[in-house]
Design a protein around this ligand. Structure first.
Ligand SMILES: Cc1cc2nc3c(=O)[nH]c(=O)nc-3n(C[C@H](O)[C@H](O)[C@H](O)COP(=O)(O)O)c2cc1C
Length: 372
């Protein structure tokens, strides 16, 4: 969908004719992420990331947040980049201590309100610029379950160290697409690079793989999660810790219990079927082994299970049961990307990470190679 929008947009930008056949410039349509709001958070010392964000804003419907250091007097490049180096050494000496990170100005934007976040950061000595590290250190836990993408600007150095910093600081983010590397040799084409890169984020596809485990009496089934704010909030919470609640039978068709926390409601009147997991009254989870018509917010669904199998699994008619929702062992996006990142990454000359079988000129560890 985003790809189609973009292709349409690029087509419009390239040629758009008036009734007399005269070519006129078209205003580019912005791409909106298909799910939720998008925040672009960036830091820029010498202006390159600021320019990238200006290009990005032309193509992506997003709010922008600039991270700024509390101390505006620092010359990070002075004395052979001594201050920049000191800041990074302090972080790598003690990365779990907030005191290791340089102070930044207070941030009014609450990242919790956004579903998608694009981080745009300079590279310093093959690591993420220290100022951006402070921001990610603070908001990293809030990024759990969110769709996060990364753009790195360097003079020429490869970006694997920055990718590693991002994964350390936001370990439970769902990383979107491949990180985009913009450097001195491709900077002038940033607009084209972004237009090629944005469709690869494919927010919709990644959102569809949201799942959770449901465990009762030591047995576990996997449920797919619904496309609701409640399900996304639950999914994000489960990346931090499993959630166990007590459930009781009700009406001969459901197992229901309080989650001990509220989730955002978007209730609709519907008739449930076997396997549905619904939020009832904002804070109760209901798993249906039968059917009922009421106002619920969909949370998810255990697929391909009969009423009898689900009754056995839930201990229907056997009184209260402890039910645990938990995040499935990470597979897909993150582990696949980690595996890819562990190899020396190759990039096309335009800065996009090359796929395994890509042909033509590529840059690996700063060296040009030709893949025939
Ligand atoms: C302290 C510091 C260290 C840097 N280290 C590197 C480096 O190791 N390799 C590199 O290619 N560029 C390095 N750069 C250059 C920046 O990554 C590059 O100019 C980037 O585009 C700056 O983004 P900005 O203008 O948004 O601050 C460094 C810049 C600074 C200030």
């Amino acid at each position: 969908m985003i790809r189609n929008l973009l292709l349409g947009m690029v087509g419009l930008m390239l040629t758009c004719c008036s009734s007399e056949g005269e070519a006129v410039a078209a205003t580019p349509a912005k791409v909106a992420a298909e799910r939720g709001k998008t925040l672009v958070a960036y830091y820029s010392y010498t202006g390159n990331c600021r320019s990238i964000v200006a290009e990005l804003k032309k193509q992506l419907d997003a709010d922008v947040l600039e991270i700024t250091p509390a101390d505006k007097t620092q010359k990070y490049e002075a004395n052979g980049y001594a201050i920049g180096t000191q800041l990074l050494s302090a972080i790598s000496d003690n990365p779990t201590d907030e005191g290791s990170y340089p102070e930044i100005d207070a941030v009014a934007t609450d990242v919790a309100e956004y579903e998608n976040v694009v981080i745009v950061t300079p590279l310093w000595w093959s690591q993420m610029a220290a100022i951006m590290q402070t921001y990610l250190f603070r908001v990293g836990p809030t990024l759990a379950g969110k769709h996060v993408a990364l753009i790195v600007s360097s003079a020429s150095s490869g970006i694997d160290g920055v990718v590693a910093d991002a994964e350390r600081l936001a370990p439970n983010a769902v990383w979107m697409g491949e990180p985009l590397w913009i450097n001195n040799s491709n900077r002038s084409k940033a607009g084209t690079l972004l237009a090629e890169w944005l469709p690869t984020l494919d927010f919709k596809q990644k959102a569809e793989i949201m799942e959770m485990n449901v465990t009762v009496d030591g047995r576990t089934l996997t449920a797919s999660l619904a496309d609701t704010e409640a399900a996304r909030t639950l999914h994000a919470a489960l990346q931090q810790a499993p959630l166990t609640y007590e459930a009781r039978d009700y009406g001969g068709f459901e197992k229901v219990g309080s989650l001990g926390r509220s989730l955002p409601t978007s209730d609709v009147r519907l008739t449930t079927t076997v396997g549905d997991i619904m939020l009832y009254s904002g804070n109760q989870a209901v798993i249906f082994y039968g059917s009922n018509t009421w106002e619920y917010t969909p949370l998810g669904r255990i697929e391909n299970i009969s009423a009898e199998e689900l009754k056995t699994f839930l201990g229907a008619g056997q009184g209260n049961k402890s039910i645990t929702f938990s995040a499935p062992t990470p597979t897909s996006v993150k582990s696949v990307q980690k595996a890819a990142a562990s190899k020396a990454a190759s990039y096309t000359t335009s800065g996009v990470r090359a796929t395994a079988n890509a042909r033509g000129i590529q840059i690996t560890n700063g060296k040009k190679t030709i893949n025939k």
